[in-house]
Design a protein around this ligand. Sequence first.
Ligand code: FAD
Ligand code: SIN
Length: 547
Amino acid sequence: MHDFDVLIIGSGAAGLSLALRLQHDFRIAVISKGPLDDGSTAWAQGGISAVIDNEDSIEQHMEDTMDAGAGLCDEAAVLHTVSHGKEMITWLQDLGVEFTYETGRDGKKYLHLTREGGHTHRRVVHSADATGWAIENALIKNTNQKDNIELFDHHIAIDLITTHKHLQRRANDKSNQCVGAYVLDTNDNQVKTFKAKHVILATGGASKVYLYTSNPDGASGDGIAMAWRAGCRVANMEFMQFHPTCLYHPTAKSYLITEAVRGEGGKLLLPNGSEFAHEFDPRGVLAPRDIVARAIDYKMKQVGVDCVYLDISHKPKKFIQDHFPNVYARCLKLGHDMSKEPVPVVPAAHYTCGGVMTDLQGQTDVDHLYAIGETTHTGLHGANRMASNSLLECLVFASSTSELINSKGIDNISSVDIPAWDASRVTEPDEEIVVAHNWDELRRFMWDYVGIVRTNKRLQRAKHRADLLSSEIDEYYSHFRVSSDLIELRNLTLVADLIIRSALSRKESRGLHYTLDFPDANASLENVDTVLDPRLDTTIAKPLYAS
Ligand code: FAD
Ligand code: SIN
């Protein structure tokens, strides 16, 4: 049994910035299911959006965000996030993050601001094309120096422990409080109990639910699934974002080619060399991501090709190498010289716009349980996230959530006795192949039936398969010892179900949700989120055998 004041599940931009901002006398545990830098944060390329240029404004950043969000952004969440941009950049600089600078006409150094889809201004602060790596490294370095923060890598949370589910309460006691989590330590394969007064989900997104994704392997929606099982509402799961430009390569795993390439002049071409993005939106290749990804998907099907091409070869080689050193090197290694030729690209799953519902201070529906970062639905992104707003959201919400937790403190929270994990009724798995097979099946049918273009029929097919998988996995889960693969598959299957149900219930096309059955937006659904509530839901996953 570990006993902490605060348990943070996730060591990306959201989790680590929160850890650094909490009171220094709190005893804090941060857990990560792989190495500390295994989340999406370390992979982020383009940068962080912030109003830095004197000619830019908070109002304009808000307007762009809400335009990209296609009528579903919560204005208060947008203002909350955008208005703290500059402050977050300064905080990161103070932590030692080295951003890219340029020299102004006055000879002074200024942050170089790049551009990405949806932004009407240059406002993306970056560290060449490896912004996430620079941030994650600085965060890890700084947390390592804090005596009150203990970092547990290779620890995967299985489920949250709540008073409602795991502790005996009086019959009329309807309160639900999070008091910790059961965690599998994959170093020794033992399930450990982490007790805490405040628990934070900072577990990232769920794009691994699709066969092709820009995300690292751990993006399996664990936080969304755990929160759901604990009794939290989840919103807008139909809005899964596909990034327009991932390198198309027959064998290499999907590799993102940053939108900043288009921001710095890159064009999208068909195999015959013709441009097409302006046929779909006057902003062309710099329209918001949902529009560009759909345009590529449409053209690939219309022309009957496996990919389109991203071309920045008209820029000097030095410019390309200076701005995109990692992308350039990676493409070159895989046989494509960006400075000489167009590079083949396809869309791939990239970002989870929906998630665990929170207020502006990370509070979820369960007491003492908070959520921050990509795992959440805060209202910022609406039906489509604007580029580089995600890292900003992680930092801003980590900051406001720390204020709430710091103000609540730990003294008035009474300690409870938590039952230890009970594995007495499970045995070693007999057929690991079932888990591997189900992983593959799930990701394939999600790609085929719940992708960029949807129909009711495809969604129904997906629902049918998800239901079958859920019952198979629940059965497997209750009989066999848990493993990381099984924990993630159980979570992904639940997340897939939430995505499909949300998509089925939205009878219109809006932002990232496009269905041939309802190809237009329905004005009466503007500002209407898709909210699923586990307390009203009969399909809630079965309780743990430990409970
Ligand atoms: P993550 O950084 O994903 O971290 C999640 C953490 O949770 C990890 O430590 C993981 O181990 C842990 N975890 C998950 N489940 C469990 C569990 N069950 N138990 C224990 N630990 C668990 N956004 C931008 O704003 N700008 C960009 O330029 C940009 N570029 C991107 C490029 C790529 C290739 C990708 C994939 C994403 C990009 N994004 C970008 C999106 C952005 O990087 C992410 O949304 C953001 O980093 C998410 O941060 P996070 O802290 O919420 O989660
Ligand atoms: C990119 O660099 O294209 C990714 C930016 C983002 O996802 O915000």
